[in-house]
Design a protein around this ligand. Sequence first.
Ligand code: SF4
Length: 229
Amino acid sequence: MIRVLHQEIVNCRRCPRLVAFRERVAREKRAAYRHQGYWGRPVPGFGDAKARIVVVGLAPGAHGANRTGRIFTGDRSGEFLYAALHRRGLASQPHAVGRDDGMSLSDVFITCPVRCVPPDNRPSPTEIAACAPFFTRELLALRRARVLLALGAIGWKACLDHFAREDQPVHKPRPVFAHGAEVTIGHFVLLGSYHVSQQNTQTGRLTPAMFDAVLKRAISLAARSPVDT
Ligand code: SF4
């Protein structure tokens, strides 16, 4: 089921601005990658389809996932994320360089609410809304998911919007994003973390130790919610 959804995602051209941008980036390329083919299409989620933990980012990186075709793969954000997952035993290797690098994830799935790279990392509300059905369908396909780890405020809001679409009671006023924020919604726990972007990791706003602590909490919460579907 998730494979069919992912094929649909990869073929999507619903947002004209994002289609034009992702393809322009893929044509023009960064100098360091000029001899490589760019993916230049929407990027589906990646990981263990039986995962209890779902990491929710924002959108593909221009020269990361938009180049390699796998979420958080091929850029500094991904280096930080996959290394952390590997330290916690959730990823088979610390480095993610391409779709054929042999990476596998255990009990974790990585996705994002916007599948095409947006200019300046800023999707419009219309674009987020256009892509939201893919996000919800993917989460519904992850039947064992119990912990959503939102990287940044947009991922956090996308998760809350997902719960609202699915008629899951969300607290009012809506829970506010913060690093380490935690809220239970139905049988899910939504956790917040600063995004693993270079802007945060190179300034020390998000350190490996801080992210390791969030992942430890996610693992602990997932272990409390065993399901056998
Ligand atoms: S952002 Fe989502 S809805 Fe828009 S073109 Fe990309 S895949 Fe389609």
